[in-house]
Design a protein around this ligand. Structure first.
Ligand code: NAD
Ligand code: UGA
Length: 469
């Protein structure tokens, strides 16, 4: 029986390994983590992450060929293939702070693998890492190799949160990069045979290590660039009377461009787009490619601009001040169908409004009050560094309260801001909401989910992204 161990039981490690276990019943999969609470949650009825379809997959194989454990060393020692899926956040201190990837967690995982291994291993980079990381990892693994042979593969993950299970069951492609030696190619084949249980062969792309590592950063940069492009257009639409949805449709109908990922929004969020582009920018700068770095940096600048443009719109529309005014925030997660708030646009928007002394009442169907208060108390880039994952101080911010539904959030409010595209926000009884609000009642739709005409008929003043006012 082939044994797989995955270090890191997070948004990637958990779902990815659950799908491997369900598709490959003859492979034993152990997912390990240093976080005791996370592992406890994976072994409980309430999984640590909310992801449609995940519960069913985990329940099918947990305790059979899928195990969650904190006994990191034992499972690593026993495994033939070790996936490393630890967090690789942006550095907050020292050389490259604010841009470079912090590989502390990766390095400590690699050192541990080197220390506990007693047999040859394939070590798979699942985390998103800077190009050439495999070379550094190889050096760490072999520094006290005790005659053990390691093959490093790059196998970046392309799943998106909210659709992780669908993406894993039916990926556009699986990418495997390996050394172009005969041992390297044998390792590529071994990993390929795992995915071949359910992924058609023509969708398993094999490249050299550096292409695989760089392709992951490139894919995220291209995806984010599309959003910044359509968001940049949304500003021009508002200035000219064009409608960004119509423009995006007309542009996306060109088969060379394609219709996906052209939805204008208050700004992209999530743990990866910004982090990975900053990482790319840093690598370009280190290689003396200043113009290339500047090109990609602009994707983030436009995203920051979009978020501050939204805050400015709210404040300027409400007679240039929101001091003491109540603002309902509908949605805090970085997208629908996830409880993840990492780098969500809602953090910057809420901080902007709090800065102008607004009182916020926040509702999100999947995000807890503790998480929201912690996010709003934390500095940029600190969220992914465990030392900083402290609960917010009791009674944290009096300007912010978190409530249990959208109607409660909007009660007595001067304005409603929609920041996540949760389906339930489309079907709300906006007449009821209007009646309970202060007048004039404003709606600022950062996700273009409300029916603008209908809301205007009710009496709302409505602002949508990239639509005529
Ligand atoms: P995460 O923070 O949810 O999970 C990482 C886990 O690794 C944590 O539970 C942490 O406790 C654990 N960990 C850290 N160091 C460890 C160690 N030495 N030993 C054991 N466990 C350790 O992160 P994530 O969202 O799953 O992302 C992981 C990687 O995958 C990142 O590089 C990210 O860029 C990449 N990625 C993420 C997504 C996504 O949708 N979240 C998609 C594709 C790729
Ligand atoms: C993204 C990529 O889509 C995945 O392929 C990749 O594996 C992952 O990053 C990663 O490396 O972490 P994710 O961040 O989970 O996945 O979610 P996306 O669906 O890409 O959305 C990212 C952000 O962009 C969200 O805030 C979303 O609301 C926003 N977005 C997306 C838009 O504003 N407009 C769009 O048209 C699409």
């Amino acid at each position: 029986m082939v044994k797989i161990c995955c270090i890191g039981a997070g948004y990637v490690g958990g779902p990815t390994m659950a799908v491997i276990a369900v598709k490959c019943p003859e492979i034993e999969v152990a997912v390990v983590d240093i976080s005791v609470s996370r592992i406890q949650a994976w072994n409980s009825e309430v999984l640590p992450i909310y992801e449609p379809g995940l519960d069913e997959v985990v329940k099918q194989c947990r305790g059979k060929n899928l195990f969650f454990s904190t006994d990191v060393e034992r499972h690593v020692a026993e495994a033939d293939i070790v996936f490393v899926s630890v967090n690789t956040p942006t550095k907050t201190r020292g050389l490259g702070a604010g841009k470079a990837a912090d590989l502390t967690y990766w390095e400590s995982a690699a050192r541990m693998i080197a220390d506990v291994s007693k047999s040859d291993k394939i070590v798979v980079e699942k985390s998103t890492v800077p190009v050439k990381t495999a070379e550094a990892i190889e050096r760490i693994l072999t520094h006290n190799s005790k005659g053990i042979k390691y093959q490093i593969l790059s196998n970046p993950e392309f799943l998106a949160e909210g659709t992780a299970i669908l993406d894993l069951f039916n990926p556009d492609r699986v990418l495997i990069g390996g050394r172009e030696t005969s041992d390297g190619q044998k390792a590529v084949e071994a990993l390929k045979s795992v995915y071949a249980h359910w992924v058609p062969e023509d969708k398993i792309l094999c490249t050299n290590l550096w292409s695989a590592e760089l392709s992951k950063l490139a894919a995220n940069a291209f995806l984010a660039q599309r959003i910044s492009s359509v968001n940049a257009m949304s500003a021009l639409c508002e200035a000219t009377g064009a409608d960004v949805a119509q423009v995006a449709h007309a542009v996306g109908t060109d088969s060379r461009i394609g219709p996906k990922f052209l939805t204008a929004s208050v700004g992209f969020g999530g743990s990866c787009f910004q982090k990975d582009i900053l990482n790319l920018v840093y690598i370009c700068e280190c290689n003396g490619l200043v113009e290339v770095a500047g090109y990609w940096k602009q994707v983030i600048k436009v995203n920051d601009y979009q978020k501050s443009r939204f805050v400015n719109r709210v404040v300027s529309s409400m007679f240039n001040t929101v001091a003491g005014k109540k603002v309902a925030i509908l949605g805090f997660a970085f997208k629908k169908d996830t409880g993840d708030t990492r780098e969500t646009a809602a953090i910057d928007v809420c901080k902007g409004l709090i800065g102008d002394k607004a009182h916020l009442r926040i509702y999100d169907p999947q995000v807890s009050e503790e998480q929201i208060q912690r996010d709003l108390a934390m500095d940029k880039f600190e969220w992914d560094h465990p030392a900083h994952l402290q609960p917010a101080a009791a009674g944290a911010d009096k300007q912010v309260s978190v409530v249990g539904d959208a109607y409660e959030a909007a009660k007595g409010a001067h304005a409603v801001c929609v920041l996540t595209e949760w389906g339930e926000f489309k079907g709300l009884d906006y007449r009821r909401i209007y009646e309970g609000m202060q007048k004039p009642a404003f709606v600022f739709d950062g996700r273009n989910v409300v029916d603008v005409e209908k809301l205007r008929e009710i009496g709302f003043i409505v602002y949508s992204i990239g639509k005529p006012l």
